[in-house]
Design a protein around this ligand. Structure first.
Ligand code: GAL
Length: 388
């Protein structure tokens, strides 16, 4: 098993390197910063007397993956008696989050931990970091990525998230491995035209994880299928044009924006299914940027008798990212085909580890050498894992 994983890792590394060398990489890739900022501040901070107050602002409590991160954080907080965390629901409203941050600063807080609402406006992120900077309070931004400029604008700010491309690469590998198994390639090429027509449920506008997962999943799968000499290629289904909400951000604009939500994915796919038939081969596979959207797709497919998990029931293979508990159950039941594990507990642990640095009078990034940190910017990447 270890050997298999090591081999897979090598493949991934090669694919990632190849991906980096690609000239067709998404144009909005964040450029590495020229001037590395240091997390070391000149005046040595002192350990706090009692527990420190940490205010955590979640873009919404309604997000399934992040609810898992929050629950894990609350559980793990018990091991950190010097941290007193308060959790705030920003209810998917940026103005609410800004007010909550201002109130926490006014009432007295030792650390701000922000899961930003708006992911497509650098000035919003800069404004939040400036609020922290003006009050001389350290700030951790997490999960929803902000630009290097934002993090480098304040030496007491860090970002904790993922390597967004990695999830796409792993998802693409899962798709290719599935299609290369047995007679899957011909079985799921329902109309036998050599094209596996896929629908793509993309996260949200301006979100780097959504952009990279959308791009690298298809690219990786097609590269692997070509390398293996497979008889099929992934080609976007016309059903992706059910919505006209596109981003012209340098990647195929064949996708449906589900905003990480099962309900939105359900509505989009439910509408798409009235004009595009899986039985006729119009939709032969579904790729979702996250598991909740994948589950929305499955629910819509269930309405036409697909993906029920019953033996012999017709299936459109559906792939997600996160490996949430509900998605794992759907995979076990045969309703869903694959996912990629995003380490929510690891993300929660990293936030607490850095919070403990502040409680112990250290700098935010003290003793973090064992983590994956970007060159030149305080961005920590929690690794994904392949779900076998
Ligand atoms: C992603 C996760 C999604 C959703 C999103 C919020 O990392 O895969 O399920 O939580 O973050 O931005």
């Amino acid at each position: 098993m270890k050997k298999l994983f090591a081999t897979l890792l090598t493949v991934v590394m090669i694919l990632s390197l190849a991906a980096c060398a690609e000239t067709s990489a998404p144009p909005s890739s964040p450029a590495p910063a020229d001037n590395p900022s240091s997390a070391t501040s000149p005046a040595a901070p002192q350990p706090a007397d009692g527990p420190i107050t940490v205010d955590v602002f979640w873009y919404t409590f309604a997000d399934t993956f992040l609810a898992g991160v929050r629950n894990s954080m609350i559980e793990q907080e018990e091991n950190f008696p010097n941290i007193n965390a308060r959790h705030h629901d920003s209810m998917d409203t940026q103005a609410t989050q800004i007010e909550q941050i201002q109130t926490a600063i006014m009432q007295g807080t030792d650390l701000l931990v922000v899961n930003i609402v708006t992911t497509d406006a650098e000035d919003v992120a800069l404004n939040i970091v400036n609020l922290a900077k003006n009050a001389d309070i350290p700030v951790i931004l997490f999960n929803r990525e902000v630009s290097d400029n934002v993090i480098n604008s304040y030496d007491k700010s860090v970002f904790i998230g993922t390597d967004a491309a990695e999830a796409g690469v792993f998802q693409g590998m899962a798709i290719a491995n599935f299609l290369l198994q047995g007679d899957n390639a011909s079985r799921f090429d329902v109309d036998g035209d050599g094209e596996i027509k896929y629908i793509m449920l993309r996260g949200e506008h301006g979100n780097l994880e959504a952009l990279y997962r959308t791009y690298y999943s298809v690219k990786t799968a097609n590269d692997m299928l070509a390398q293996a000499g497979a008889s099929v290629t992934l080609v976007p289904s016309a059903a992706n044009e059910t919505s006209t909400l596109y981003d012209d951000d340098g990647i195929s604009n064949f996708f449906l924006y589900a905003n990480w939500s099962a309900a939105e994915a359900f509505n989009l796919v439910n509408t798409a299914l009235s004009a595009h038939s899986p039985t006729a081969g119009d939709i032969e596979l579904a790729i979702a940027n996250n598991d909740d959207a994948a589950l929305g797709v499955i629910q819509a497919l269930n309405e036409i008798g697909f993906n029920t998990g019953a033996s012999g029931a017709p299936l459109v293979p559906v792939f997600g990212v996160d490996a949430t508990d509900v998605a794992r159950i759907a995979i076990d039941d045969g309703r869903m085909t694959g996912t990629v594990m995003q380490d929510g507990a690891g993300m929660a642990a990293a936030v607490l580890e850095l919070s403990a640095n502040i409680a112990n009078g250290n700098n935010l990034m003290a003793n973090t050498g064992h983590h994956n940190i970007d060159d030149g910017v305080n961005k920590m990447r929690i690794p994904h894992a392949i779900v076998e």
